[in-house]
Design a binder for this molecule. Structure first.
Ligand code: IFM
Length: 905
């Protein structure tokens, strides 16, 4: 029998009733269905059997012992108990309390998709679930933790309802079919396909066939998780490719159409692997694994990136028919990628293989690109087969190796591809999906009430994760691995804007980012000497060897050549790196780092400042810098630079006091210098002057001059006028309130926000999100929301027409921080997680953010009535508004927050 269209696709999980659907009754012979189930699991399909009967009964009849990679779960006793069956036998899985189920239900409502199973894991105890609806939710959550969403699930036998039928079939996106008699009283939306166990066996057999003939997997389409690009638009194709990039933290593959299109700029990039020297240093482009060489021309394409599972699906219409493909870069095995495609025979008629990055011509066999100093080797295991549905299936498993300095090993790349191919496509997919799902369990941020913003927030989080390695050195360029802009150079974007997300959610990634700096400390010590300074002087733009790679000049569209002085003058990078190290240590409590390389960073940057500061009478100064506001160059006493230097000196002096002998005199000197540093603060107005003389500049208010912001003020007004005016490019003084609120005068946030925000062009993508966070801290949620939306849509709307060169990861970092710190007020205290929430925008029902404090994952949910804290293990929290400290056990707790209005920081 031909199955209805809704079933003629690959599902990633099948949930089915045992009695009446899989077998006719308790005495029926289950040999055939057992064989089918085991075969399906062996091909990666996940199965969940539900039954009102107990495990002994069901297992005696079924006796399935699948070896995977697909899982088999048995939700028996009407779902009151769940067992896993595998090659080792049948074992009971831990169950949850009804309270945990309630909280998850609330969270699921918030997310519009299954809640994170984190809270469930945290509170499982040995009592049964009485309500079958809880079991249904448990099933959805369990599959979600495998990276499988409702849109990838087929529910069979919904009519008998041995677990919460309605909860299962009403999950948005689930496909439900009943094989029972038509009169079973099925809920709306359930397909009727009478035929009982015979029909069910046909459905399973069909799923097995699809897997055996290597159909591309189904890719999730959940609301709030699926980012879609429905067509090829030549004007925005390159930006789309950047937004659709697949990343495993170490490698990035732009989400190009699988069949080359003229507008495309496909790229595979590897973190930290560059070619060239000095300002010309740029990321080396690796051979392409993700493009099919064909003569067929693409007429259109629809692409969808499932953010929860890091998997890209596409259907490309060519003149020879439709090519469907699914691809991923394994988060579980960085350097391993996989692609499956179903294509008309004419499209994939020739031998395939890697493509050259520049010419896009096929390369025979493995390939290596090597251009001093870096190199990348790539190899493919490829399988091309003709299937009886007339099409061709192409399966590729790619292995990449790299060397930042020297020769990448081709044999290793080949072995990486071969061992991954031996592991098998379905296992690779399973491991990859689980890796993403488990990252999301901690780092997801959920906004109830704004689906569009929710998706943009998740896209930001996705790119932060996808662009950042979790071991070794983690150099993260301004655009990560999503494009060539800024040549992959590493700026303060990495330390001050992206690192906070990683420190608070996945510390190994933050540690890797810091390791990149730590490993370049010797170079920074050397650079300081060259510049006649002490300590360490880190470069403003950094690449492979840690030397300054900032270009020294740029050519404007008019042809005019202008000098670039940031490399010489944007010294605040030193304090930014020190701040990143201390932020990581505060979230993690990693004393090995704090007393080792972290301390070195702090001390040597302090030494740099001590030698950079000029003592003039009783006061000390820093002359001739560029602050974050790059419209004004060579200024004296930039408040941001001075206060960050002061913070750096004081933090280093504290470290000496606490743990180092022999440095006391130097530390006392740092203290004196810090105390004497001018900071431009005027207690009468509460305003920090951005730099000496700023207040005398032409008082232009860009908010009144420009139709809309962000705007490029130099384009609007001319660079010279801007330099003579109070128009600023991006948050400068306000970066102090954002990074070191304890180092600025109490009560100074509001006056500085009111003074500087209207003067800010937001000409850098780093700026809107910082303002959003600070407006949230200032209890101005609706204005905060406006800027948050701007920040979250910078790449989606290609606001500056620069997304083709890669997404703006720093801005993405500000999006996350606006939620976690701006609104939720989360920060790492010395012995407790500090929660200091602010009012939410009226349109949000709640905000739910996850962090990892001192190793313990914890979710914090803020709603108008209070805060719910759900840690995975016991932690101490400090509710800042009341000073109330509480030891919260893994069962979670609800804290009441008094009226938050009117308490600006
Ligand atoms: O680091 C930023 C800088 O603050 C503004 N111009 C762009 C750089 C890279 O994003």
């Amino acid at each position: 029998m031909t199955l209805p269209a809704a079933l003629r696709r690959r599902f990633e999980a099948v949930v089915f009733d045992w009695d009446g659907t899989a077998v006719s009754d308790r005495h029926a012979d289950a040999t055939r269905v057992r064989a089918l189930m085991e075969a399906c699991c062996a091909e990666g399909l996940n199965l969940v059997l539900t039954s009102a009967r107990d495990i002994g009964d069901v297992d005696a009849q079924l006796g399935a012992r699948p070896s995977g990679p697909g899982t088999l779960r048995l939700a028996v006793n009407r779902g009151a108990e769940v067992f896993a069956a595998d090659a080792d036998g049948v074992r009971l899985l831990p169950r949850r309390t009804a309270r945990a189920a309630e909280q998850n239900a609330a969270a699921a409502q918030t997310a519009g998709a299954p809640a994170s199973p984190l809270a469930t894991e945290a509170r499982r105890v040995e009592i049964g679930l009485n309500d079958p609806a809880d079991a249904a939710r448990w099933i959805l959550e369990g599959l979600w933790s495998l990276g499988i969403g409702p849109s990838q699930i087929l529910v069979c036998g919904a009519a008998s309802g041995s677990v919460g039928r309605d909860a299962l079939v009403s999950a948005p996106g689930v496909t439900a079919v009943s094989v029972g008699a038509a009169s079973d009283g099925m809920p709306a939306g359930v397909l009727s396909l009478p035929g009982g166990p015979v029909r069910f066996a046909e459905i399973l057999a069909d799923q097995l066939t699809r897997r055996r003939r290597r159909d591309p997997p189904s890719v999730g389409d959940e609301t709030g998780w699926a980012f879609s690009v429905p067509a090829i638009d030549p004007r925005s194709e390159r930006a789309a490719e950047a937004l659709l990039t697949l990343g495993d933290g170490r490698t990035g593959t732009r989400g190009s159409v699988v069949v080359v299109v003229p507008e495309s700029a496909p790229r595979v990039l590897v973190a930290g692997v560059y070619r060239g020297h000095g300002p010309e240093t740029e990321l080396l482009a690796a051979p392409l694994w993700n493009i099919i060489a064909t003569n067929a021309a693409a007429r259109g394409a629809s692409r969808r990136l499932d953010l929860h599972a890091g998997t890209l699906w596409q259907a490309v219409e060519t003149d020879a028919g439709v090519v469907e493909a699914a691809a991923f870069a394994s988060l579980a095995r960085p350097g391993t990628m996989a692609l499956r495609a179903r294509a008309p025979a004419d499209v994939v008629s020739a031998e395939q293989g890697l493509l050259d990055a520049d010419t896009q011509e096929a390369i025979a066999g493995p390939a290596r690109v090597a251009e001093d100093p870096g190199s990348i080797a790539a190899a493919l295991v490829e399988d091309r087969s003709r299937q009886d549905d007339g099409g061709v299936r192409l399966e590729r498993v790619a292995g990449y190796t790299w060397q930042a300095h020297g020769d990448a090993s081709m044999p290793w790349a080949e072995e990486r591809a071969r061992s991954a191919a031996r592991h098998g496509y379905e296992r690779l997919l399973r491991d990859h999906r689980r890796a993403w799902a488990s990252r999301w369990e901690v780092c997801d941020a959920r906004i109830d009430g704004d689906d569009e913003l929710q998706l943009a927030v998740r896209l930001a989080i996705y790119h932060l994760v996808a662009s950042t390695p979790a071991d070794g050195e983690g150099p993260v360029g301004a655009r990560g691995l999503t494009g060539d802009a800024y040549r992959g150079h590493v700026f303060w974007d990495s330390d001050s804007y992206m690192l906070p997300f990683h420190a608070a959610t996945n510390p190994p990634s933050a540690r890797a980012m810091l390791q990149y700096r730590v490993a370049r400390l010797p170079g920074a010590l050397q650079e300081a000497k060259v510049r006649g300074r002490a300590g360490a002087c880190f470069p403003w733009e950094s690449a492979e060897d840690g030397r300054e790679v900032t270009p020294t000049a740029a050519t404007l569209p008019s042809g005019e050549v202008v000098p670039i002085r940031t490399g010489d003058l944007e010294d605040h990078i030193d304090a930014d790196i020190a701040w990143a190290a201390s932020s990581y240590a505060a979230w993690t409590g990693d004393t090995t780092f704090a007393h080792g390389p972290g301390r070195d960073l702090l001390l040597h940057t302090a030494r740099f400042w001590a030698s950079r500061i000029a003592v003039e009478g009783a006061r000390s100064h820093i002359h001739g810098v560029i602050g974050p506001d790059e419209y004004h160059e060579d200024v004296d006493d930039n408040a941001y630079t001075n206060v960050m230097a002061r913070w750096n000196l004081r933090a280093a002096a504290r470290v000496v006091d606490d743990s180092i002998h022999g440095w006391e005199r130097e530390a006392a000197h740092w203290q004196r210098l810090a105390d004497a540093l001018v900071d431009g603060y005027d207690p009468a107005s509460g305003i920090y002057e951005q730099f000496a003389g700023f207040s005398e500049l032409e008082p232009l208010i860009i908010a009144q001059l420009a139709d809309r912001r962000p705007v490029s003020a130099p384009l609007l007004l001319g660079a010279e006028r801007v330099a003579r005016s109070q128009v600023i490019k991006q948050a400068d003084v306000l970066m102090l309130h954002y990074l070191v609120p304890g180092e600025v005068a109490a009560g100074s946030l509001v006056p500085n926000l009111e003074y500087y925000e209207p003067r800010t062009a937001h000409g850098s993508t780093l700026s809107p999100g910082v303002h959003a966070a600070l407006l949230a801290r200032a209890c101005r949620p609706e204005e905060a929301l406006q800027w948050l939306c701007v920040a979250a849509r910078i790449d989606l709307d290609d606001v500056g027409a620069t997304t083709a060169g890669g997404v703006h990861l720093a801005a993405m970092g500000t999006v996350w921080r606006t939620l976690s710190w701006g609104f939720a007020g989360l920060s790492p205290g010395a012995d407790a997680l500090i929660i200091d929430p602010r009012p939410l925008p009226a349109s949000w029902g709640s905000l739910d953010v996850g962090v990892r404090y001192r190793g313990t994952p914890v979710r914090i949910r803020i709603d108008p009535a209070g805060v719910t804290v759900a840690p995975a293990g016991p932690i101490d929290v400090l509710l800042a508004p009341t000073g109330h400290r509480e030891h919260v056990g893994s069962a979670g707790t609800r804290l009441v927050v008094p009226e938050p209005q009117g308490r600006p920081a």
